[in-house]
Write a protein that binds this ligand. Structure first.
Ligand code: TXA
Ligand code: MG
Length: 329
């Protein structure tokens, strides 16, 4: 059930949204150490953070998101060195971390023998997902709190991921103590998830660090296409779903349909139309994806059609999110 939100009358902005200045980051670190939940920007999407060593804080994350407890969380750290306290890095993992961290890559690794992170964050698995984000606010917060921070995307389970502080406030309201507003997330799509816990490296979720660049660093990858035996429990077929039905790869309007466009040649007779990138640039398209889905979902159209997105580079991650947004099972 939606909880009433506190709003400040002057700007109609929820009272728990604060600009991510230094003092606010320090306050957020204090709140996290006290076991509260704080939403913060990363380069990918906003995260709903809680102290990963505190079972109650981790349980509160699952509760606030309405997330199934079998779906493990990503643990965020300020450096590879700090990550090594919780996860067992082999040479492959070290070279991937050296090449891509800080940045939009999550590594699934065996839990270290003395891993201080709550087992609940790993959903009882013997692996742990770790990431060193590159966003300056996330980095400053992780340094200030000096504890591993579990942070799934700051949306209710199954909803579209937030790329603005306002998205978090709309979706989670005051289930979160503080929302650090660091503006729009530059990448706009969740991190690539790479499983290095077994003998064959497996891509569990496509993202801005593409399969091609990972393969150039560590060799051939298996791609988990969400089929049987799917190993990222969060990669359910239906996910990131707007309330308005989505039709993929369309250029023929149906009455009352909105359009998520890509490129300079936009077919007529859709309204409203939001363009992911008029230039057809996939990096710009990824950065706009969730904000445009949020906006079109709020526009009250009968449906949302999406133009085809090339299945290459970041286009794969965009298509992955669109397919999940369109799936209804
Ligand atoms: O960009 C991101 O990764 C954002 C920001 C906040 O860092 N976080 C995020 O978290 O997208 P979340 O919880 O929405 O997605 C985490 C994904 C899920 O698909 C989950 O199943 C998978 O990572 N995952 C986490 N731990 C895992 C593990 N031990 N083994 C396999 N998959 C795991
Ligand atoms: Mg998520």
């Amino acid at each position: 059930m939606a909880k009433p939100r506190k709003t400040s009358r002057a700007k109609d902005k929820p009272a728990n949204v604060v600009p991510a200045v230094d003092a606010a980051i320090l306050e957020a670190a204090d709140r996290l150490r006290d076991g509260a939940l704080v939403a913060f920007p990363t380069e990918t999407v906003y995260g709903l953070g809680g102290d990963a060593t505190d079972d109650r804080a981790v349980a509160a994350i699952f509760e606030a998101k309405g997330r199934p407890s079998f779906n493990p969380l990503i643990v965020h750290l300020p450096s590879l060195k700090k990550a090594e306290a919780g996860a067992a890095f082999d040479d492959r993992a070290r070279s991937a971390a050296a090449r891509f961290w800080p940045g939009p890559l999550t590594l699934v690794l065996p839990r270290a023998p003395d891993c201080p992170v709550s087992l609940l964050a790993s959903a009882g698995l013997d692996t742990i997902a770790v990431r060193v984000p590159g966003h300056p606010v996330a980095h400053a917060l992780l340094n200030a709190v000096d504890r591993p921070i579990a942070a799934p995307s700051a949306n209710r389970s199954g909803a579209v991921s937030p790329t603005r502080a306002a998205h978090v406030a709309e979706d989670l309201g005051d289930a979160v103590a503080l929302i650090l507003d660091g503006g729009a997330c530059p990448v706009g799509i969740e991190s690539t998830v790479l499983d290095l816990s077994g003998s064959s490296p497996t891509l569990l979720r496509p993202g801005a660090v593409t399969a091609e660049v990972i393969e150039a660093e560590i060799g051939a990858l298996k791609i988990d296409d969400g089929g049987e035996g799917v190993r990222a429990p969060g990669q359910l077929k239906s996910h990131y779903a707007p309330k308005t039905p989505l039709r993929l790869g369309c250029e023929d309007p149906r009455p009352g349909e909105a359009l998520l466009a890509l490129g300079p040649d936009v077919p007529p007779d859709f309204a409203p139309v939001l363009n992911l990138s008029e230039a057809g640039d996939l990096t710009e398209a990824a950065a706009n994806l969730f904000a445009h889905l949020h906006a079109l979902d709020a526009a009250g159209a009968a449906g949302i059609a999406t133009m085809p997105v090339p299945e290459e580079g970041l286009g794969r991650a965009i298509n992955d999110r669109l397919r999940r947004a369109a799936a209804h099972d």
